[in-house]
Design a protein around this ligand. Structure first.
Ligand code: FAD
Length: 491
């Protein structure tokens, strides 16, 4: 219906893309956002001539963005940059660096003498992942479900050939294909991208290996990831959408099964015909709507993803020896993965990721300098409450990184900023600083995930990582498609 007022709470990718779909259909869209600028986790830090991507540094399934702009009748407002190699991986104590090329021959060459017959094994593994992807994506991922029976009925359409996978972990599936520690760890690394580990992630998610290597690979955006946000905001403004920053929703007023208004931290009331919540779908229900099912005790029993200690470092030196995206692993993968979710002790020898954003975007650092973004998986605030030791952890990682790249960085650092899980929690209202929101545990996906429509208010909907389908940038865009379908049906 035309000209209805929609209030969107949060300007994460899910909120922005829903706003764009609705504004392009004639809805009058208003955003309220807790922070000073749009983007949510897809954000940007700028200081002293350095520019950093705050969270996401690459994404898969670019065609979801293409579908978004087609759906809104606009041109693609930013440019994709394909990554090849996808990223590098190295192990503590070894100078060998694996470059994950999409070309299977170039990739396999690196496993010579490490994993016999890697090419054939990897091809067989990827074939299986592709079948899993093809047989589940439309049925289980890109769907709105009206009830649990409807969800179960949909799952029953999945080819039964995949049933054995459903009772395996990601790691078990990997070990049935590869023997060497290197191949097993490198191929299973992607399970960490879901915010858990290969040991507690279902083997169904090996479909991600298909997305990673054969289906689309990974992409960046010219100018840095935040260009996605600035260009979507600009498209929204062209369609008349308005943005109100430093506005945090704290309370609500409802009448006759409908949400009437939301109240911000200053007591100002925000009315609308339709409300879309882009804040965490579980946490918001608990804290603002005070729903029993999402009360603090219930929330703490749900399965959440790990926290992230992220830090942003400007150095006055170029690092030609370091690629754009790099994973630095230790030598105790299994023990590390077992502990990383809940044991602060693992931070003695952390595993981490380094992104050199200035590599492909020279404007992100002053001349002769480099902008480095570190991500270290850590226990979220449920398991590690005190972050007074963050400086020690950060120093130990920079020291380890210096060793590995044979370049002492301690005297080259001109800028350093950190976000602990506490900061992620405080800044974006992420429950306990769990970086990716609710986990993709089998009992928390599909119709079992917090719904994208409200249980009580017929004019209230949800979009983003903790509702369907889940975490990651392409999923946020799919989430906006699913919630828009609901709103249009309801409207
Ligand atoms: C360190 C890190 C690295 C990542 N790397 C990648 C990657 O490489 N690739 C990838 O695809 N994904 C990555 N992700 C995941 C990706 O960032 C998220 O899945 C995605 O950005 C989530 O978008 P969203 O729409 O759910 O909302 P969010 O980005 O969480 O936005 C929600 C917005 O709502 C606002 N808000 C919350 N509560 C209120 C309130 N009460 N009132 C007003 N506003 C409120 C918040 O401030 C925020 O702006 C990463 C995440 C992290 C943390």
């Amino acid at each position: 219906m035309m000209n209805k007022n929609v209030l969107i709470i949060g300007t994460g990718l899910g909120g922005l893309s829903t706003g764009l779909r609705l504004a392009s259909r004639g809805y009058k869209v208003t955003f309220v956002e807790k922070n000073k600028q749009a983007g949510g986790r897809l954000n940007q830090l700028k200081k002293d001539g350095f520019t950093f991507d705050v969270g996401p540094s690459f994404f898969s399934m670019p065609y979801e963005f293409e579908e978004l702009v087609r759906d809104c009748g606009i041109e693609m407002p930013f440019e994709f940059v394909e990554l090849d190699p996808l990223y590098t991986v190295s192990f503590r104590g070894s100078n060998k660096q694996y470059s994950l090329y999409k070309d299977i021959d170039k990739l396999s060459a690196q496993f010579e003498g490490v994993e016999p017959d890697f090419k054939n094994k990897f091809t067989t593994y990827l074939k299986k992942c592709e079948e899993l992807y093809n047989d589940t994506v439309d049925i289980a991922i890109k769907q709105n479900f009206d009830s649990i029976p409807a969800y179960i009925k949909a799952l029953m359409q999945v080819n039964p050939i995949h049933l054995p996978v459903l009772v395996k972990t990601f790691w078990k599936q990997i070990t049935s294909h590869f023997e060497s520690k290197e191949a097993r760890q490198i191929v299973s690394l992607i399970a960490f991208f879901l915010g858990r580990t290969p040991f507690d992630t279902n083997a169904i998610y090996t479909l991600l290996s298909h997305i990673e290597f054969t289906h689309t690979g990974y992409y960046n955006v010219k100018g840095g990831m935040y260009t996605i946000v600035t260009s979507l905001v600009s498209e929204l403004q062209k369609l008349g959408a308005t943005f109100h920053y430093e506005t945090e929703i704290k309370d609500y007023h409802s009448h006759n099964g409908k949400l009437k208004s939301l109240t911000d931290q200053n007591g100002k009331s925000w009315e609308a015909d339709i409300f879309v919540i882009n804040a965490d779908a579980a946490f918001f229900r608990g804290t603002v709507f005070k729903r029993k099912k999402f009360a603090p005790k219930k929330l703490s029993k749900m399965s959440w993803t790990m926290g992230y200690l992220t830090f942003y470092v400007g150095i006055n030196k170029k690092l030609p020896q370091v690629e754009h995206h790099n994973y630095y692993l230790g030598n105790n993968y299994q023990a590390y993965a077992k502990d990383v979710m809940n044991n602060p002790g693992t931070l003695e020898k952390p595993y981490y990721y380094v992104n050199v954003v200035s590599k492909h975007n020279p404007d992100c650092a002053p001349e002769g300098c480099e902008a480095l973004f570190f991500v270290c998986p850590v226990p979220n605030l449920l398991y590690k409450k005190n972050w007074n030791d963050k400086d020690e952890i950060v120093s130990s990682i920079i020291e380890d990184f210096s060793d590995r790249i044979h370049q002492d960085l301690s005297k080259k650092i001109v800028l350093q900023m950190e976000y602990t899980p506490e900061d992620w929690h405080n800044q974006f209202n992420l429950y306990k600083g769990a970086g990716l929101g609710l986990s993709h545990h089998m009992l928390q996906i599909g119709a079992l995930r917090p719904k994208n429509y409200d249980e009580e208010f017929s004019n209230t909907f949800y979009v983003g990582a903790s509702t369907i389908p889940g975490a990651g940038l392409p999923m946020a865009v799919i989430s906006s498609k699913l919630v828009t379908e609901r709103i249009l049906k309801n409207g």
